[in-house]
Design a protein. Structure first.
Length: 267
């Protein structure tokens, strides 16, 4: 659920901007391709805030993206308390190191891959799945800013090849996306080949972020959430594990060639 104070601010701003533009709910609805009753429901909080609706509202009302930016804030406010310190570290990072033994890391997931992974939790409603997908994709904006962090990720070859008939199209799109991502100078993906059977990283996924002050913060994921790691000795342990994991992976060019081979093997 969106952070309630920010969500109420969005509804208030939407109503004020619409009225200042001299538009009734019916007139505004026609412009954003919604009915007048749907506009009323959004403004009264009887309908969830919709990304497409707010994007259209920003365009029609010429807000410079204000409403959609506020929605991102609301979604962040709605994140569990254990995740917020990591979101701050991720957003402010100058360097990110990420290893995941079973999935493509979230910052490099395509929309379809993210949706498939999130939807695997059958306890989530369709609305909650879509909300989580939107939040995950919004987090990727750190890679597109004017001075993006350097992102280095390590993935297992088995992750790239996990594609039965029903999932192959999504996986081909995802691996193709990884290949395009590494064309950017600040993104690197290294692959641990299948012949490396055991290494320290298999104990679980982790990410490290280095801020502008040179300090490191770690993040550990688990089935129920995640933990931000900031004790010096624990961070040092994660850095050592990263160096071990990274040493098992192929160099950049060989990793790209392996990813290309994976895609070509499906065609």
């Amino acid at each position: 659920m969106e952070g309630e104070p920010t969500a109420e601010l969005i509804r208030t701003q939407l109503r004020r901007l619409r009225q200042n533009a001299g538009l009734s709910q019916e007139e505004f609805g026609r412009l954003v391709h919604f009915s007048g009753s749907q506009v009323s429901a959004v403004e009264l909080g009887q309908r969830p805030l919709d990304r497409f609706f707010l994007k259209r509202a920003d365009e029609v009302l010429n807000t410079g993206g204000l409403l959609l930016s506020l929605l991102r804030m609301a979604e962040r406010d709605g994140q569990p308390s254990w995740l917020r310190p990591w979101l701050d570290a991720e957003r402010d990072a100058q360097l990110l190191w990420c290893y995941h033994p079973t999935l493509v890391p979230g910052l490099l997931q395509t929309e379809n891959y993210a949706r498939a992974v999130i939807r695997a939790d059958d306890m989530l409603s369709d609305d909650e799945v879509e909300r989580r997908v939107a939040v995950r994709l919004d987090r990727q904006a750190v890679l597109g800013r004017a001075q993006p962090p350097k992102l280095v990720t390590v993935v297992e070859e088995a992750v790239l090849r996990r594609a039965d008939e029903s999932f192959r199209g999504i996986m081909a799109q995802q691996v193709g996306h990884l290949i395009r991502c590494v064309e950017r100078p600040h993104v690197r993906v290294h692959v641990i080949p299948a012949e490396v059977s055991t290494h320290v990283g298999l104990a679980g996924p982790f990410t490290l972020a280095r801020g502008a002050d040179g300090g490191w913060i770690g993040y550990l994921e688990n089935q129920l959430g995640g933990t931000t790691i900031d004790r010096d000795e624990d961070v040092a342990s994660l850095v050592a594990r990263w160096e071990s994991v990274r040493s098992e992976a192929l160099p950049h060019r060989q990793s790209v060639e392996l990813m290309k081979e994976v895609v070509s093997s499906w065609s």
